[in-house]
Design a binder for this molecule. Structure first.
Ligand code: KG4
Ligand code: ZN
Length: 340
């Protein structure tokens, strides 16, 4: 089964063709990073307009790269949320129109479920597993029982991990997008041990059960910046970035270890933009059970993950006819996945 995935929830206009939920035939995206850079973050209205300009070309290129046309596609999967509303509407309207004109099933996909399914693109892992999902707006521990049965068992009570990366990057005077820039800076600090215990160590936030909090950690970095004299701050930015990054990695690892103990599930995956972080990947590799991580291009937003999630949503649905009904009410009803 060939699925055309379409993703436009934030600052990437993306399309991909995915075969049987696992094999990426084509994957293309247009990033808006350069367009938002001068403002230090994504401007929602501007993002929607850029999606509107680019999305058709992105879809055409994705198909033509592998000599396919829309008639070769079996179904269209599109991100319905969460994300920037104007940006989502562009992708959803293009997908709805294509599906209606070409009489294809239209599968609305939850963006977070897409991130989880990114793990199916370069591995043969199958549920059940525990997922650490960390993106710009969400940090969750998700228990994935089956392809269509996912439960959030822990989440952040304030900032998401990605949000903390972006805010701390700003304190370090790094450009947007902050997370990957902070990761790059931290790599200038040479460190090979498994836990940072140096001079700039940040305290691990204490939060109950499988929940997280990153707001206090971000404030600790701010307080450190206020306390240190300017020269010391400037000279040690790489180590401070590393210490922050290591603290986030330790927090995430501890919660996942607790989730493994609580559930008895013996496989873990990580997903979302923050899963691209080099320190987090290294720290998670030290956990002594089977772990799968998407390759870097499938951690951050892309449409291949949406194609995969669409495949499993469609496959596990008893009534496939519902995907041919593109009216407002019918489409709204379809927007129910285990992750809401
Ligand atoms: O999943 P994603 O691409 O978009 C959302 O759905 O939000 O995640 C974006 C987040 C941003 O906060 C970005 O700074 C962070 O992921 N991120 C990283 C890295 N790459 C992206 N954070 C830390 N290290 C990275 N290498
Ligand atoms: Zn995302």
């Amino acid at each position: 089964m060939l699925i055309l995935g379409i993703e436009s929830s934030c600052d990437e206009s993306a399309a991909a063709v995915v075969k049987d939920g696992r094999e990426v035939l084509s994957n293309y995206l247009h990033s808006q990073i350069e367009d938002h850079k001068d403002w230090g973050g994504v401007i929602p209205e501007f993002a929607s307009r850029l999606h509107y300009k680019k999305i058709n070309k992105v879809i055409e290129k994705t198909l033509s790269d592998v000599n396919l046309s829309i008639s070769d596609i079996d179904a269209i999967a599109v991100t319905h949320g969460p994300g920037l509303i104007g940006s989502l509407l562009v992708g959803m309207n293009v997908a709805k129109t294509l599906a209606w004109v070409h009489n294809k099933p239209l599968i609305p996909v939850n963006h977070l479920m897409g991130h989880i399914c990114a793990n199916f693109l370069d591995s043969d892992i199958e549920p059940p597993f525990i997922c650490l999902l960390a993106s710009g707006g969400h940090t969750q521990v998700v228990k994935v029982n089956k392809y269509n049965d996912m439960e959030i068992v822990g989440e952040t009570i304030d900032d998401a991990a990605g949000e903390a990366f972006d805010k701390v990057a700003r304190l370090l005077d790094l450009p947007y997008p902050g997370g990957p820039e902070l990761d790059k800076l931290a790599q200038n600090f040479n460190f090979s041990e498994s836990v940072y215990k140096g001079k700039y160590k940040f305290p691990i936030p204490k939060v109950k059960e499988l929940n997280f909090s990153f707001s206090g950690l971000k404030t600790s970095v701010l307080r450190m910046k206020e306390k240190l004299d300017e020269a010391e701050w400037e000279e040690n930015k790489a180590e401070i970035a590393f210490a922050f990054q290591d603290c986030v990695a330790q927090v995430l690892k501890r919660k996942i270890e607790t989730a493994i103990e609580d559930t008895g599930i013996k496989q873990i995956i990580i997903a979302g933009g923050v899963a691209a972080n080099s320190r987090i990947r290294k720290t998670f590799n030290e956990i002594n059970i089977k772990i799968v991580m998407p390759s870097l291009k499938y951690c951050t937003d892309n449409a291949a993950m949406i194609g995969s999630a669409g495949h499993y949503k469609y496959l596990s649905s008893e009534d496939k006819e519902i995907y041919y009904n593109y009216g407002f009410e019918a489409f709204s009803k379809l927007i129910t996945s285990s992750l809401g």
